[in-house]
Design a protein around this ligand. Structure first.
Ligand SMILES: O=C(O)[C@H](O)[C@@H](O)[C@H](O)[C@H](O)CO
Ligand SMILES: [Zn+2]
Length: 301
């Protein structure tokens, strides 16, 4: 079998400081994402090519669709509901109240509409932070929060298998993509194991998404690539390199979820690196991958 050749295009060159959490919103043909340190949630209309932004009062690390309209986002250590029209954020729940230096990081909604997100200590530089301060949580549709585990370094990429029986998770500084058994009825996880250990040149595993064949795509921070993994065999199936090193996360979107969108960061790059990589902090579209993704699940609360 020959691999289809991918085409990579920088669709947004506004040089975000740390783009993250790309989510495709089919209803508006838009890509949602956040710029964490800039405290902004962005929405890029793929037809008009216009970007709208909502600024919040703390670092915003993930955004998700909401079934009842609008969005949900993780802001500082709060799960919030975001109203795009009046730009207001309403707090639904707060975590890590005893950890003043913590903030949420990556988050995603499970197939039953629970919003999963983990925390980390604030970084002094990329990947430089007090270790084991983070935890993984989920916000249920009734707005109560469950905590799964603590001792997390940098809570990052997450997604669920197509049969909803496995939860995939990345704690970046473990350099591993892990799997848990997943009980969709209760939202409980168990039996943690590693399904892939990153190779040195792949650097730090960051955001992640699943494709229609049940394979995982992981954005490699400092690795300038997304990799496609088979979680059943533990083998890497494919590497797609991007023209920037700080690739942070990926999602499928566009027509029939046949395109991949990749976010990137420029924070932590020196002036020379920025000269060599003028698209650092941009949003990239990859077409011609030959595999599609699945629609994001909306938060049910
Ligand atoms: O967005 C994230 O996941 C973190 O907040 C970022 O700071 C970096 O990606 C991280 O440093 C790489 O491990
Ligand atoms: Zn991340």
């Amino acid at each position: 079998m020959t691999m289809s050749s991918a085409k990579i295009e920088c669709v947004l060159r506004e040089n975000w400081r740390c783009g993250e959490s790309p989510v495709w919103e089919e209803a508006s043909n838009s890509l949602l994402f956040v710029d964490i340190p800039a405290k902004t949630v962005c929405r890029w209309d793929s037809l008009s090519k216009q970007v709208q932004q909502v600024t919040v009062d703390a670092p915003v690390s993930s955004v998700a669709l909401r079934q009842s309209g609008g969005y949900v986002a993780t802001v500082g250590t709060k799960f919030c509901a975001l109203n795009w029209e009046d730009q207001s954020a309403v707090v639904l729940a707060t975590v890590d109240k005893d950890k003043k230096n913590n903030r949420f990081n990556d988050g995603k909604v499970d197939p039953a509409g629970r919003y999963f997100a983990g925390t980390m200590a604030e970084e002094t530089a990329p990947a430089v932070l007090e270790r084991r301060q983070g935890s993984l949580y989920s916000l249920f549709p009734d707005h109560h929060v469950e905590k799964y585990f603590d001792q997390v370094d940098i809570s990052n990429g997450l997604d669920w298998s197509l049969d909803h029986k496995i939860f995939y998770y990345i704690d970046s500084l473990s350099y591993s993509v892990d799997a848990f058994d997943y009980d969709l009825q209760t939202g409980k996880i168990s039996n943690r194991r590693s399904v892939y250990k990153l190779e040195k040149e792949e650097q730090i595993p960051d955001g992640m998404c699943i494709d229609v064949e049940g394979k995982l795509w992981v954005a490699c921070y400092n690795g300038g690539r997304v990799i496609r993994l088979d979680p059943e065999t533990g083998k890497r199936l494919r590497t797609v390199k991007l023209p920037v090193v700080k690739t942070t996360s990926c999602c499928f979107g566009g027509k029939d979820y046949s395109e991949m969108y990749v976010t990137s960061a420029r924070d932590g790059m020196d002036p020379e690196g920025l000269l060599q990589q003028p698209e650092a902090g941009g949003i990239f579209k990859i077409t011609g991958l030959g595999v599609k993704g699945i629609p994001p699940y909306p938060y049910a609360g």
